[in-house]
Design a protein around this ligand. Structure first.
Ligand code: FAD
Length: 467
C-alpha cells in the first residue's frame, strides 16, 4: 500500500516527551511528523496535568495567604468564588501554552497529524483521522504515548460524581463533601485546591504515609497543616466499595483508621497512573511491552527494535514531565546521529501542596535500606529570617551527604517554594559538590535559598548554633 506520508521520524504522542522530541529532531534537520489523537498538543501535562493543576493551586495559595494575614492585621473578608472565571483563568493558561506549541511546530516545519496512531509494521503507523485512515511510513519512530489514570473497577465510572484527575481539574462545581482516594502527589494537590475553595475533604491512603516516596520527616509539616484544613487523613485504610445513590456516593472502608463520613458528593480516585504501551499496536512493530504496559529502553532510549525509541511515562517511573523532556532530547539526538545518552544522576520530585515538598537523589529511608553511610545536615526554617518574615517557619532543608567523601547524594525540602529550591540540590548532585562547596557558596540574604547553604554548614560543623 502506498503511504500517505513518508518521513525520517514519526513521534507518537505530543506530551512533554513527544513535542520536545519532535522539536529537537526538527532543529537538528530531521524531517519529522508528530501524531496526536487530540486537537490540542501538549499531552497530559499541559492539558490536564501539571499546568492546569498549578493554576488552580495558585488560587488556593492566594486564599490561604489572605486568610493567614488576618491574624497579622490585614483582612480581606471571605473569598467570593466566580467558578466560571476561575475556570477561564485555568483554561487561558493552558491555551496559551498549547497554542504556543502549535506555533512552534509550524515554525520548525514539523508536520502534525491528528488521529489515533497504531503500528502496523516495524516501519508503518496507521492513523485513524477524521478524514479516514492515513498510513505513515517512517525510518525511525519515537513512542511517547504517555499514561492514563488507573480506574479501579469498584467505582461506578459512568457516574459523573466519580472523578479522575482530569474530571477534578474540569472543576464543574465545588462539592460539599469530597473523598480523595489515594494520598499521593496528585490526590493531595487536588485536595489542597478543593479544600481552599470550600470543600470538606477526606483523604484515604492505603500506605502508612501520604506521599510514600518521600522521607517521613518531610511529610510531617504538610500533614500537620493539612490536618487543620482537611476533614481527615486516614492512613493504612482503603475504600473497598462504592455505590452511586441519589444522595451521593456511598463508600465502604477497610483498615486502621475508618473515616466517619461514608456519603460523599464527589469521589476523586487518584491511585496512580498506568502506561499506554499496550495500546499502540507495539507488537506489530516488534516492540516488547511488559505486562504492565511499560516499554523497556536502553540509555539511548532505544527499544528492542533499534530504529524505534520510547520516552516519557511509558518507559517507567518516575512519571514526571521533566524526565520525559530530557529523555526526548536523547532520543531525538540519537535519531539525528548524535552520540547522546540519558545519564542524569537524579530526577527531582515535587508535591505542589501547601507547604510544598521536594526531594532529590537518595532519601534517608533508601540509604538505611541499602546500608549506605550517610550524614545529614538539616536547617530548620524556624531559624530563617525570611521564613519568619512570611510566617511560614514550619519548613526545613535537609542535605544528605556520603559520609566518606562529603559529597551530596540527596536532599529534601519542605516549605513554601520547596519545588523551586530543590533545583540547587539537583545541580549540586550533578556537579559532584562536596558540603564545603555548598557551604562556601554565598547565598543571598534574606532568602529561603540560604537554608541550603546553612544546612551544608551545619553538616560541616561551621555553624553549631543557629542565629
Ligand atoms: P503524556 O503527557 O501522557 O502525553 C502522551 C500523549 O500521547 C497524549 O497527548 C495522548 O493523547 C497521546 N497519545 C497516546 N496514545 C496515542 C495514540 N495511539 N495515538 C495518538 N496519540 C496518542 N509531572 C510533573 O513533572 N510535574 C507536575 O506538576 C505534574 N503534575 C501532574 C498533575 C496531574 C493531575 C497529572 C495527571 C500528571 C501530572 N504530572 C506532573 C505528570 C506529567 O503530566 C507526565 O509525567 C507527563 O505528561 C508525561 O509526558 P509524556 O510525554 O510521557 O506523555
Amino acid at each position: 500500500r502506498t503511504p500517505d506520508v513518508e518521513c525520517k521520524l514519526v513521534v507518537l504522542g505530543s506530551g512533554p516527551g513527544g513535542y520536545t522530541a519532535a522539536f529537537r529532531a526538527a532543529d537538528l534537520g530531521v524531517d519529522t511528523v508528530l501524531v496526536e489523537r487530540y486537537a490540542s498538543l501538549g499531552g497530559v501535562c499541559l492539558n490536564v496535568g501539571c499546568i492546569p493543576s498549578k493554576a488552580l493551586l495558585h488560587a488556593a495559595a492566594v486564599i490561604d495567604e489572605a486568610e493567614a494575614m488576618a491574624a497579622h492585621g490585614v483582612s480581606f473578608g471571605a473569598p467570593k468564588l466566580d467558578l466560571d472565571k476561575l475556570r477561564g483563568f485555568k483554561e487561558k493558561v493552558v491555551g496559551q501554552l498549547t497554542g504556543g506549541l502549535a506555533g512552534m511546530a509550524k515554525a520548525r516545519k514539523v508536520r502534525t497529524v491528528q488521529g489515533t496512531g497504531t503500528f502496523v509494521s516495524p516501519n508503518e503507523l496507521e492513523v485513524q483521522t477524521n478524514d479516514g485512515v492515513k498510513l505513515i511510513r517512517f525510518e525511525n519512530a519515537i513512542i511517547a504515548a504517555g499514561s492514563q489514570s488507573v480506574k479501579l473497577g469498584m467505582f461506578p465510572w459512568d457516574d459523573e460524581r466519580i472523578l479522575d484527575s482530569t474530571r477534578a481539574l474540569e472543576m464543574k462545581d465545588v462539592p460539599k463533601k469530597l473523598l480523595v482516594v489515594g494520598g499521593g502527589i496528585i490526590g493531595l494537590e487536588m485536595a489542597t485546591v478543593y479544600a481552599a475553595l470550600g470543600s470538606e475533604v477526606t483523604v484515604v491512603e492505603f500506605m502508612d504515609q501520604i506521599i510514600p516516596g518521600a522521607d517521613a520527616d518531610l511529610i510531617k509539616p504538610l500533614a500537620k497543616r493539612l490536618g487543620s484544613r482537611l476533614k481527615g487523613i486516614h492512613l493504612k485504610t482503603k475504600v473497598v466499595s462504592a455505590k452511586a445513590t441519589k444522595k451521593g456516593i456511598e463508600v465502604g472502608y477497610e483498615g486502621e483508621s475508618i473515616p466517619e463520613t461514608t456519603l460523599f458528593d464527589r469521589v476523586l480516585v487518584s491511585v496512580g497512573r498506568s502506561p499506554n504501551g499496550g495500546k499502540i499496536g507495539a507488537e506489530k512493530a516488534g516492540v516488547a511491552v511488559t505486562d504492565r504496559g511499560f516499554i523497556n529502553v536502553d540509555t539511548q532510549m532505544r527499544t528492542n527494535v533499534p530504529h524505534i525509541f520510547a520516552i516519557g511515562d511509558l518507559v517507567g517511573q518516575p512519571m514526571l514531565a521533566h524526565k520525559a523532556t530530557h529523555e526526548a532530547h536523547v532520543a531525538a539526538e540519537v535519531v539525528a546521529g548524535l552520540k547522546s545518552h540519558f545519564d542524569a544522576r537524579v530526577i527531582p520530585s515535587v508535591a505542589f501542596t501547601n507547604p510544598e515538598i521536594a526531594w532529590v537523589g537518595v532519601t534517608e529511608r533508601e540509604a538505611k535500606e541499602k546500608g549506605l553511610k550517610i550524614g545529614v545536615g538539616k536547617f530548620p526554617w524556624a531559624a530563617s529570617g525570611r521564613a519568619i518574615g512570611i510566617d511560614r517557619t514550619e519548613g526545613f532543608t535537609k542535605l544528605i551527604f556520603d559520609e566518606e567523601t562529603h559529597r551530596i547524594v540527596g536532599g529534601g525540602i519542605v516549605g513554601v517554594n520547596a519545588g523551586d529550591l530543590i533545583s540547587e540540590l539537583a545541580l549540586a548532585i550533578e556537579m559532584g559538590s562536596e558540603a564545603a562547596d555548598i557551604a562556601l557558596t554565598i547565598h543571598p540574604h534574606p532568602t529561603l535559598g540560604e537554608s541550603v547553604g546553612m544546612a551544608a554548614e551545619i553538616y560541616e560543623g561551621t555553624i553549631t548554633d543557629l542565629y
